[in-house]
Design a protein around this ligand. Sequence first.
Ligand code: ATP
Length: 232
Amino acid sequence: MLTVRNLHAGYDGKEVLRDVNINVPTGSVVTVLGANGAGKSTLLNSIVGLVPTSSGVIEWNGGKIENTTPDQALKCGIALVPEQRELFLGMSVADNLRMGAYLRRNSLDIGAEQQYLLEIFPSLKSRLEQPARALSGGEQQMLAIARALMSKPSVLLLDEPSLGLAPKFVEEIFRILKQITGDGTTVLLVEQNAAMALDAAESGYVLDIGKITFSGTSEELKKSPIVRASYL
Ligand code: ATP
């Protein structure tokens, strides 16, 4: 279980997250819905140490994740796919994938992982030697997710994976999400596409100006008048 308890975090004295509590059971998909600026990215970034926390506890499988950095979080099995993707645009698709496995030592394992991921992300297969900047927005998002998966994370934090993508890529992303979670990966998904996020997730939270204002199963969220009015 990934647990966030009483979390406060923000930037230069500006508190953004106020007493946030979230549980992501191992092997499940949990979504966080919220308007622009609600603090969704801040939440994911604070879990991996990109945003400093002022108080609260983050735990993965009972172990505290304290004063972490993104590479320490990765060593604990937590990988972030950031909203901006942060690909190495001048490097080839294959090298971007290899960078995702930089903590892994066994080159046979890394090769096998890449083969496996290329089955899940077939559109990357024929593009391996091209620079990442030659890919479309949707393909770049696939690459960002595949790169994160190269570390074989236990927990994947996905920040707005469908943002700005054509409908066919949005569907593809959610199809892939299903496949990834079928393999046992735990996912915390931040999305503006609430309908698709709630279809993919078992449960969810509403984050409103830095505070959790509603939580429940996806079915409960879909039925909630507040969620229906604001997000669906
Ligand atoms: P969006 O969907 O627009 O990305 P969000 O819910 O992910 O929104 P955040 O990006 O976490 O929201 O932003 C929450 C608040 O923190 C906003 O008021 C934003 O302006 C502020 N903020 C975000 N990043 C920084 C930063 N690096 N420095 C200062 N303030 C920031």
